[in-house]
Design a protein around this ligand. Structure first.
Ligand code: CA
Length: 226
């Protein structure tokens, strides 16, 4: 789970970053609107934590832009605490609004709830045909047995499981798991996929030749071969 944190207060930002990381989440922390926009254009994230008073403008402007282009969950963190402020944030498209100061445990629990809602999954669990992946604990089980995946394999599996029955393109997967175009023969998408298949079993990830990969909700190997 990757969180974009937009917060200019150094102490608060650092506290939130540490708390989220301790909760098993990846955090990209930026302190300005323009850096937030750049980060959103560069890559995937699952949720945005958005402060409103930022050095180069109002977080509401970013929220408006986000709502035009993305369906990402947004949680506003702000010291603006009037009912009017909160309604403005929620009506502006935020999914939740937490007034500063807040307790970090409450922030974490709201973050989990939002991510859960956006995946439509219970407790960050993604599950297909006896294969389960828990986004929060980062555990993967195959018919009850734990599978030990590398971070890259975990990311690949999570990307595919969030898009069950949809073909995920090679290009998208490469952009997500091989950042900076670092693909080479020993570290290519195919190598990671084949290692992943060895660990979880051959029946889950189906190759769509020339396009990408898909995990089918129903077992398709019977009709198409492995
Ligand atoms: Ca601020």
């Amino acid at each position: 789970m990757k969180i974009l944190l937009v917060e200019d207060d150094l102490d608060l930002g650092n506290g939130i970053r540490v708390a989220l990381q301790d909760g098993g989440m990846d955090v990209v922390w930026v302190r300005r609107l323009d850096d937030a926009l750049r980060s959103l254009h560069q890559g995937h994230c699952d949720l945005v934590l958005l402060d409103l008073g930022l050095p180069d403008g109002d977080g509401m402007a970013l929220l408006a832009q986000l709502r035009r282009a993305h369906r990402l969950p947004v949680l506003i963190l702000s010291a603006r605490d009037t009912l009017e402020d909160r309604l403005r944030g929620l009506d502006g498209g935020a999914d939740d609004y937490l007034v500063k100061p807040f307790v970090l445990a409450e922030l974490l629990s709201r973050v989990r709830a939002l991510v859960r809602r956006s995946y439509g999954a219970e407790d960050g669990m993604l599950e297909v045909r006896g294969l389960s992946l828990n986004e929060l604990t980062r555990r993967v089980r195959v018919r009850g047995a734990m599978a030990d995946l590398s971070p890259c394999e975990f990311a690949l599996l999570s990307l595919l499981l969030k898009r069950v029955d949809r073909v995920v393109t090679r290009r998208f997967l490469e952009e997500q798991v091989l950042p900076g175009g670092q693909a080479n023969e020993s570290n290519s998408l195919d190598v990671h996929i084949s290692k992943l298949r060895r660990k979880i079993g051959e029946g889950y990830i189906r190759t769509v030749r020339g396009v990408g990969y898909v995990i089918d909700r129903q077992d398709s190997t019977a009709q198409e071969g492995a």
